[in-house]
Ligand binder design. Structure first.
Ligand code: FES
Length: 64
């Protein structure tokens, strides 16, 4: 599902960025540019990052 229409970023890409080592919305934003144009997706993207980090099955790449 598209989260950021301005940059064509999907929920999958955001989850993959977190799995790949991004550990905050700020890092995901820097990496994918999500939320950097109109900003309407920022709240949803931030929630998705939080949700992914809070997932008990989630293992960050930095600790894997
Ligand atoms: Fe993401 Fe516009 S929808 S910056």
């Amino acid at each position: 599902m598209y989260i950021c229409l301005c940059h064509g970023i999907t929920d999958r890409q955001i989850r993959d960025a977190v799995s790949g080592g991004c550990c905050s919305f700020r890092e995901v934003r820097t990496s994918l540019k999500v939320g950097t144009q109109c900003g309407k997706c920022a709240c949803t993207a931030k929630g998705l990052v939080r949700e992914t980090l809070a997932d008990p099955l989630f293992i960050p790449a930095r600790q894997a």
